[in-house]
Ligand binder design. Sequence first.
Ligand code: GLU
Length: 469
Amino acid sequence: MTVRVRFAPSPTGMFHVGGARSALQNWIYAKQQGGVFVLRIEDTDAARNKPEWTEGILSALDWIGISRGSYEGPYFQSQNAGEHRAAAARLYESGRAYYCDCTREDVQARTGSQYQGYDGYHRDLGLGPGEGRALRFRTPDEGATVVVDLIRGEPTFENRLIEDFVIARGDGSPVFLLANVVDDLTMGITHVIRAEEHLPNTPKQQLLWDALGVKPPIWAHVPVVVNEKRQKLSKRRDKVALEAYREEGYLAGAMRNYLMLLGWAPSGDREIVPWSVIEDEFRLEEVNPSPAFFDEKKLRAFNGEYIRALPVAEFIDACQPWLTGTGTIAPPPWQPEEFDADAFAAVAPLAQTRIAVLSEIVPNVDFLFLASPLIDEAAWTKTMKDGSADLLDAAIAAFEALESWDAESLKSTLEAVGAERGLKLGKTQAPVRVAVTGRTVGLPLFESLEVLGRERTLTRMRAARLRLV
Ligand code: GLU
């Protein structure tokens, strides 16, 4: 039997990190089993779907390594509507489903409770199809539905507790539950690896497989992804869009490595491992069924490590979208003609060890490309104290007299200026840094001044000094 798995997102919003995690797990499982990965866009909810979300899913998958053309599909659920209707009709004709025209109020009036599910009123009344009549599945009264789940063992659901659920609405349109089963069935899916949120649907879906006469797939419900308060990640509250992480400058390699650690870990005391190790060692059966904490801080730290591991030339390449403002990434504060690739290359190794996400490159290097630095006023006020004017005067004079404009000489010169005033280097540097870069934190100061050059450094120091008059 060839293993066939599918990833079946609904294009109703930005692509969620939890979805990306499930996609990767499907992808790796298919690869390990010599199977096929199918992409199916579940686009039947016309009111909530937008074509751009579909494009977003394809491009996000591509970004994390599930590249277009390397899988089967994308198929679109809406194109399979005929099959969904035919399956509903088959279930009706075989007596496995029946029509019902009860409203919610009717059921409530009969059962005396708004919490009770459907009471099976129309089961044996022989109502035929017609406008406004929903088609309901005739759930067996007895027995239990045992779901074989690679991660959760064999969750068992008593059939008598499963109501006769709707499979097609009053207007004849099949519901998601049925469409999803029919698609999996027609596409020959053998393993359904999806988020835990769908587990409550699974016994109903398995009953549908049985009723349609096909052996159900093996299931694997991967854990829900939660935030630090153990709440399910929500797009209103949490940063969940893969695209947002990409725009912030997360590397695809770091992202997919991190996503695979949600509920699983490679052997040994390792977390950051080559992708090939994950592909070899990942075992779906080993995924922890408990909720998986999406730790943004840890992801950030991870990303920093991935950034530092890049060869410098690759780091420089990776920064380009932020240096130029490509696509949806905001343009930097300088004009394209102000950018100096050599100056950037000179400071890139210093930046590479200091930033955790690529977008942070911009505030670290903008002082090099702008005619005058963007002064952070809060930093200015905090730094420019009583002695700052005198200090700047002395530093300007000392720098003017420097023979060689290099980091080493700049450092020893400023150190001496500070020492004469009983100041440590840290305190002496601060006003110079704010004068030249506009900020209190940034790349190592003296290397920065070396790259910026004598003239521009001194012009900025003089301008700052004038502000202090
Ligand atoms: N379209 C469903 C979703 O995005 C997936 C259903 C499934 O994987 O079976 O949640």
